[in-house]
Design a binder for this molecule. Sequence first.
Ligand SMILES: [Zn+2]
Length: 298
Amino acid sequence: MKNKALKRLIFGLLALPVCFSLFSFTLVPTVTDTVLNSGFKLKTVIVDAGHGDKTTGPGHFSRGADGTFSTERQVTLSVALKLQKAIEKNVVGVNAVLTRKTPEDVSFERRAEIANENKGNLFISIHCNSLPERTIRERVGTKRGKAIYKTARVADRSGKGVLMLIYALKRTREQQNEIKSNTLEEDIDNGGVDPNDPLTIILSNEYNRKFRMRSISMANILATEFVDNDSRRLEGIREQSLYVLCHAAMPSVLVEIGYINNPEEEEYLNSEEGQEAIVNTIVHSIQVYKDKVEQVIR
Ligand SMILES: [Zn+2]
């Protein structure tokens, strides 16, 4: 062992298989019923309001989907501002950091930077879903006894429910680089870890595995809570390559809180009652996740 920092890392990793068993819900042989603290504390949740108004700054931006009377970027900001306050008020010992506080968009790169600079332990990105237009063939008349058809594009307003997205496997290398430069940074600074050392690569792989398992765990909790608390339709949990999720060196979930181009859901997403229900469900999910990751059952 080169120094204490490296020993700490390896010791932490040895404890991981115990943590994983918690998330996969497999039964751990119970020697005693004592609940021991794993040592990990969930301290900072990053709350990310998807999209924003056009900006002239550098980076990648996205305006998001439009509803009939509102936009995704307005709804996500409103929900994120309420969520940040609710987390700090209701989840003891946890602070919440926003990646966007105003209508103006923040680049994907900057969002990931804010998350990493604030040493977030969990990244929650808020988005609204929307279905693309459908193509239909319409009969518009007849000519010499033959029907004439025209192709038209119509809005598809049938989307309904919540969807959880986690990062796709093919993008994990990018996240791994972020992990190497953030999570292991202090140890590298102390002179204990060489970033090109095979051991460092193994360590960052293990961190990556842990973040992925925890992202899946949080997505599962959110899915259950949205169905149980709010009777929302569940579209499921999916993997997707998303810049902001891949670059945050922490467990990350993107929550599609409903379809903004479905009139019924747009009303719900804009209502005080709807936003309060969404915020309460996410806050409750964070509490459940926190209890889970902070404890090891032996
Ligand atoms: Zn979006």
